[in-house]
Design a protein around this ligand. Structure first.
Ligand code: ADP
Ligand code: MG
Length: 277
């Protein structure tokens, strides 16, 4: 079932100064429960798109409907914000309280939820991101990955149906990156709709569908296998492909008979073993 729909979604910054078209008439639909990755070079419009999902920005033309609500109707703002949580790149900018559990509770308090209910939600949100043991800690004592998981717990406590991640792992080490992607996948398995902007192609490769953005447009929508099958095009845009795709391509060029469509490390390893036999 459709949960988000964009119709000619357009965003122009600084309209008065002639303007910069950051989103150029996007049309797409996302189903409830999908895991969507958004990739594209710097300046292609990913963050601008992210901010339209919860009405942090409003379309300068066209529309976006989130759980059926037109974001540009101010009467819908409450419903939109109630349904969409955001996780940004820098966890330090998102932490607002001196103790982890208070930080996780913050969004719920703003929604005016009863204290007993907030306490229950904070418990289950901390458990969901594996941070229960840290509830009395100061966030400043946590690693980047742990801070990001606290930010996710704060969103979970609000019980939104959709979580938008805007390059949540850009400032993290590989362990922290893995923790965040695992958390996003686990939440998706529980039914949340995930929109995951990333410049790590291995992360994008776990999505149901990838939106490939360039210059304010969505150039292509497809499964990771479809998107990465044309490695040359991805590289022409200045993006990487997953390591397994790259290595398989290099070996093919040297005459090794590897199957098409290798995407993951596991598939690459399996294909290498088959070669030996
Ligand atoms: P991405 O997240 O893919 O790097 P952005 O959505 O941040 O891309 O930016 C898309 C385009 O809009 C870029 O050309 C950027 O310079 C421009 N832009 C982004 N934010 C603003 C702003 N607040 N004011 C004016 N232009 C902006
Ligand atoms: Mg961005």
């Amino acid at each position: 079932m459709e949960i988000i729909r964009a119709e000619n979604l357009t965003h122009v910054y600084n309209l008065v100064d002639g303007g910069k078209i950051a989103l150029d008439g996007l049309n797409f639909s996302i189903d409830e429960g999908e895991f969507i990755s958004v990739i594209g070079t710097n300046g292609s419009g990913k963050s601008t798109l992210a901010k339209h999902f919860n009405a942090l920005l409003l379309p300068t033309n066209g529309k976006i409907f989130v759980t059926g609500f037109d974001t540009s109707d101010e009467n819908n703002l409450w419903h939109v914000r109630e349904n969409v949580g955001m996780v940004f790149q820098n966890p330090d900018n998102e932490i607002v309280a001196a103790v982890v559990e208070d930080d996780v509770a913050f969004g719920c308090e703003n929604l005016g939820i009863e204290p007993e209910e907030i306490a229950r939600r904070v418990d289950s949100a901390l458990a969901a991101v594996n941070m229960t043991a840290y509830r009395k800690f100061s966030p400043s004592k946590l690693s980047g990955g742990q801070k990001q998981r606290i930010a996710i717990a704060g969103v979970l406590a609000m019980r939104t149906k959709i979580i938008v991640f805007d390059e949540p792992t850009a400032m993290l080490d590989p362990v922290g990156r893995r923790e965040i992607l695992d958390t996003a996948q686990k939440l998706n398995a529980q039914g949340l709709t995930i929109i995951y902007i990333t410049h790590f192609m291995e992360e994008a490769a776990v999505a149901d569908r990838i939106f490939l953005m360039e210059n304010g447009k969505i150039l292509k929508i497809g499964t990771p296998r479809e998107i990465f099958s044309d490695a040359a095009e991805i590289k022409r845009l200045g993006l990487d492909v997953p390591v397994a795709v790259e290595l398989a391509e290099r070996l093919r060029r040297r005459g090794f008979k590897l199957p098409k469509n290798i995407l993951t490390d596991e598939e690459f390893i399996t294909a290498l073993k088959e070669l030996k036999n």
